[in-house]
Write a new protein. Structure first.
Ligand code: MEV
Length: 311
């Protein structure tokens, strides 16, 4: 089974987590770490899942039920009935599963790729992405689709949810974007946090409209900064996006501490990334030296730290 053809990437959101659920643009970068999936049909009906993905402690336990639900939704969408034919799935790859990195999306997209190969279908990349989106619904009811789109297509994407298919395009970078990301070690439930944001919005629509308006302007400027390779501006905008996320109450002390430490160590900008209330933070570190400094500073506080580049 050509497992390497089932790879799906992790992602980090540069701008727009939570806001993107409400159909405003966001910027997301795929990381090179991936999840892959081997699919074998078995004689006994039923679903067997072997999960060899590396993960931060407790991630898999906390996500187990949602994960099985996501796998079943993806298989059903693709017309695979485990009551008729048994399916054995083996997930692997080098993506370390942590809240915020899009591990769930990478898992269901790699599964869709595996079905495509096992059944000798010729699904398009858009169809693979759509299957991943169905799976993401197992994790929370109203996914924007940003995670599965980054998992499927890779690169740095401007992404916008619509009533129909999402709109997205790949950005060409003038220079690589060097970053450090760190896990708080806390796994939050995306369903719960997205639900809380919705409640806050419904309780005060005027406040939310003002905040999302400010965010949308910020995201436009952020895109420009990416296109111009202006790292100082990009960093300042990441800091501001973090403030907006604090206002949404999706950050937490652990994330704020990491953000402050990264900036103190020389990052030109830092923010939480993904669901929040735990999960990950991302710091912009334009040179290798700053990246190493920030990495060392974060290692003193965070259980896990990674250095990478959007290229
Ligand atoms: C999760 O990576 C990003 C959220 O905005 C949820 C979503 O877009 O579906 C929190």
């Amino acid at each position: 089974f050509p497992v390497d053809q089932t790879r799906a990437f992790g992602k980090l959101i540069l701008f727009g987590e939570h806001f993107v659920v409400y159909k405003v643009p966001a910027l997301v970068g795929a990381v090179s770490a991936y999840t892959d999936c081997k699919l074998e049909y078995t004689t006994e009906p039923g679903l067997e899942v072997i999960d060899n993905r590396p993960a931060v402690p407790l991630y898999k336990e906390k996500k187990m039920d949602e994960g099985i639900e996501a796998i079943n939704l993806t298989l059903t969408h693709l017309g695979v009935d485990t009551k008729k034919s048994g399916v054995k799935l083996t997930f692997g790859g080098d993506l370390c599963c942590a809240s915020g990195i899009g591990a769930s999306a990478a898992q269901v997209v790699s599964l869709a790729r595996a079905v495509n190969i096992a059944d000798s279908r010729s699904l398009s990349e858009d169809e693979i992405n759509a299957a991943g989106y169905e799976g993401e619904k197992g994790y929370h009811g109203t996914p924007s689709g940003i995670d599965n789109t980054a998992a499927t297509f890779g690169g740095l994407l401007r992404f916008q949810r619509t009533e129909g298919a999402p709109i997205f395009d790949k950005k060409t970078l003038v220079s690589p974007i060097r970053i450090v990301y760190a896990s708080t070690g806390i796994t939050a439930s995306t369903t719960e946090v997205v639900g809380d944001v919705r409640e806050k919005k419904e309780a005060d629509e005027a406040w939310f409209a003002d905040l999302i308006g400010k965010y949308t302007k910020l995201c436009e400027e952020g895109q420009k900064a990416v296109e111009e390779g202006d790292m100082d501006k990009l960093g300042k905008l990441m800091n501001l996006n973090h403030e907006y996320l604090q206002e949404l109450t999706v950050s937490c002390k652990e994330l704020d501490d990491l953000v402050v430490a990264a900036r103190a160590a020389g990052a030109v900008g830092a923010k939480m990334s993904g669901t929040g209330r735990g999960g990950l933070m991302i710091a912009l570190t334009p040179t290798e030296e700053i990246q190493n400094e920030v990495g060392s500073a974060l290692e003193k506080l965070a259980p896990q730290v990674w250095k990478t580049t959007f290229a």
